[in-house]
Design a protein around this ligand. Structure first.
Ligand code: GDP
Length: 444
């Protein structure tokens, strides 16, 4: 899986990983090679461009951690951007709806739709202990209906009896009714495929969607078709609104272009991947695991993560110390804001803390949602070192310059300064309590 891409990226980053010093030119050269590698892997051009731009920006501005080489830092940045491009969080099929939960399977003929329907049904039945009914709506190809029935027998999942002469909509209605009467948890509707996207195919699927009201609409796409798979997903999403994608034949996909472009181009998550012809050859699509596979440099990534945690801990201790002394300046505030962003923004921080309710209200008052965190970090980033140490320097003309530099307004800067003052005052009041951290002080 993704062997070619792994070879290429691995080769490029291997040249960097041991390097102790990196110039902007080194990073630029590496990114040109990464760009070439991604284009060869058939990743969509826009996605490649966005990817290399973000890596370059972060790599050049990166704060290099103690005990980590700059080259290792770049490997970690590439890894993180790969994860982000692939879609960050693993998303699975949702069954959170009234039973029987209808799932509509759509896609082109030959994409692996019928096989995938049976694989998913088997998995839900064996692993999730759901009672599943499958129905083929492919009225034009009796062989397709029989294929689903055979696979059903093979994996021990019930299929709706075939009744000749019914339309796709009638079969869908019959399947839902059988699902209700038979006490099924899930009804999987395998729609007809065509060799290309056409209006009749979409109209029929839309009609089935209307009567079955599916909780998930999964598009099955063949990874080997690269950017065509992505365009197919776009077309189906435009016509039907898909909730997720299943990428098949990933086992034979050395390039990875479809997997890497899918999320960025369609905005829809890849939920599962098919990795073989066997009925159990289905895996969750886990972006960080896939990125790890593509890079094959898990050791470096883990090393940098540990170093970053270490640095956060050291910084937090330093900040706490400064707070105790009443020296909380804008540099400290920026460290705090950045740390909060790394922890997954406000929502991430809140999830980690006890007494969340009260804190949530306070932070909402302070208007600290995730966008605000980014904006505030940018404001402080546009200040000079002297201004950060001594906010009293910030008179109107300086505020205007900072607003222009950070793409904000003077009011935003005033709001930030007010928040900083309030925090600094509060810290002085708390005196030697000092557990440190914005989170703990805003909380309890
Ligand atoms: P449909 O026309 O979209 O319903 O496609 P089928 O389900 O009939 O699949 C077409 C062929 O692709 C079959 O031979 C499947 O065994 C094969 N296939 C499906 N998924 C995968 C996969 O993830 N990996 C591999 N290697 N083959 C697959």
């Amino acid at each position: 899986m993704f062997d070619n891409l792994q070879d290429r990226l691995g080769g490029i980053l291997d040249k960097l990983r041991g390097r102790g010093a990196l110039s902007e030119a080194d990073v630029g050269e590496a990114m040109r090679e990464v760009r070439r590698a991604l284009l060869e892997a058939d990743v969509a051009l826009d996605v490649v461009r966005g990817f290399t731009d973000r890596v370059r920006e972060r790599a050049v501005g990166a704060e290099v951690l103690k005990s980590v080489k700059p080259g290792q830092m770049v490997v970690k940045i590439v890894h993180d951007e790969l994860v982000a491009t692939l879609g960050s969080d693993a998303q699975s099929i949702s069954l959170a709806a009234a039973a029987p939960v209808p799932i509509l399977m759509v896609g082109l003929q030959g994409s692996g739709k019928t096989t995938t329907t049976a694989k998913i049904a088997k998995r839900m039945q064996d692993r999730d202990k759901r009672k599943v009914l499958m129905a083929s709506l492919d009225t034009r190809r009796p062989a397709a209906m029989e294929q689903l029935a055979i696979l059903g027998t093979q994996v021990g999942v019930a299929t709706l009896p075939i009744v000749a002469g019914q339309s796709a909509v009638q079969i869908a209605q019959r399947a839902m009714q059988a699902g209700r009467l038979g006490g099924y948890d899930v009804v999987m509707l395998d729609t007809a495929g065509r060799t290309t996207v056409d209006e009749a195919l979409m109209a029929e699927a839309a009609e089935v969607k209307r009567v079955a009201n599916p909780h998930e609409i999964l598009l099955v796409a063949d990874a080997l078709t690269g950017q065509d798979a992505v365009q197919t997903a776009r077309a189906f999403d435009g016509a039907l609104g898909v909730t997720g994608i299943v990428l098949t034949r990933v086992d034979g996909d050395g390039r990875g272009g479809a997997a890497l472009s899918m999320r960025a181009v369609t905005g829809k998550p890849i939920k599962l991947i098919g990795v073989g012809e066997k009925m159990d050859a289905l895996e969750e699509f886990d972006p960080s695991r896939i990125a790890g596979r593509i890079l094959g440099m898990g050791d470096v990534v883990a090393l940098v993560e540990r170093a970053a945690e270490q640095m956060d801990a050291e910084k937090a201790a330093k900040t706490a110390e400064r707070m105790r002394k009443g020296q909380f300046d804008l540099n400290d505030l920026r460290d705090q804001l950045m740390q909060m962003q790394r922890m997954g923004g406000m929502s991430g921080v809140m999830g980690l803390l006890p007494g969340m309710g009260k804190m949530k209200a306070q932070l909402e008052n302070a208007n600290l949602d995730d966008r605000v965190l980014k904006r505030q970090t940018a404001i402080i980033g546009s200040m000079t070192a002297a201004e950060r140490r001594n906010p009293d320097l910030l008179k109107n003309s300086r505020k205007k310059r900072i607003a222009a530099g950070s793409g904000t307004k003077v009011e935003d800067i005033n709001r930030l300064l007010k928040m900083h003052r309030q925090m600094a005052d509060m810290m002085k009041l708390m005196g030697k309590g000092g557990r440190g951290g914005l989170a703990s002080m805003a909380g309890k």
